[in-house]
Write a protein that binds this ligand. Structure first.
Ligand code: COA
Length: 159
């Protein structure tokens, strides 16, 4: 049984993330979506709100667990019993950043491998940040985020 951990800030979860989770489930027996804090980011949603949104989006999938974590990702992966870190790659611009993190995680723990999936073509250009920016000015997010996330963003920005 191979368990993967899919870490991120998920502020908020987008259809691109869901695509990675769904395709990851074809490769792994179960996935832990691990919501962490990136000190370089100032999230719009609290960790509880982000967890609630992710849980809602994956509630039909019993093989997905949603957890929050602090500290080192590799330590949390071990605590969960995961042997794989799952990450999505979008454009070439993701590569340097992801390579650096994958190598650092490998340095920190040789027991855990990072596996990358190419983000679905329909979502190759989106990020949580760009989605929030469009939402802030009332942009249409249909097809980019699940309806419940769109509602939360609209509420947040007063639309
Ligand atoms: N679809 C849509 N967007 C995608 C995507 C996809 N398939 N794949 C990546 N992205 C976007 C995300 O939306 C996010 O956008 P944003 O920058 O606008 O928020 C961005 O790509 C990547 O960020 P994310 O996946 O959220 O990860 P992160 O780089 O913020 O890292 C942690 C968050 C929690 C995973 C990371 O900080 C961590 O591992 N922390 C633990 C500390 C640690 O162990 N450090 C040492 C190891 S290097």
């Amino acid at each position: 049984m191979v368990k993967a951990i899919y870490p991120g800030t998920f502020d908020p979860i987008t259809n691109g993330h869901i695509d990675i989770i769904e395709r990851g489930l074809r490769l792994f027996d179960s996935i832990v979506v691990a919501i962490g804090e990136n000190p370089a980011k100032r999230p719009l949603f609290t960790i509880e709100e982000r967890m609630e949104m992710v849980r809602e989006c994956v509630r039909h999938e019993p093989r997905v667990e949603v957890r929050a974590f602090n500290g080192l990702l590799v330590d949390f992966a071990k605590e969960c019993g995961a042997t794989v870190i799952l990450r999505g790659l979008r454009a070439v611009s993701d590569f340097d950043y992801e390579l650096q993190r994958a190598l650092m995680n490998r340095k920190l723990s040789r027991e855990i491998e990072t596996v990358f999936l190419m983000t679905g073509f329909r979502w190759i250009y989106i990020s949580s940040t760009i989605v929030k920016e469009a939402a802030r000015f009332g942009g249409n997010l249909c097809d980019l985020v699940p309806p419940l996330v769109e509602e939360r963003l609209k509420k947040c920005f007063g639309f």
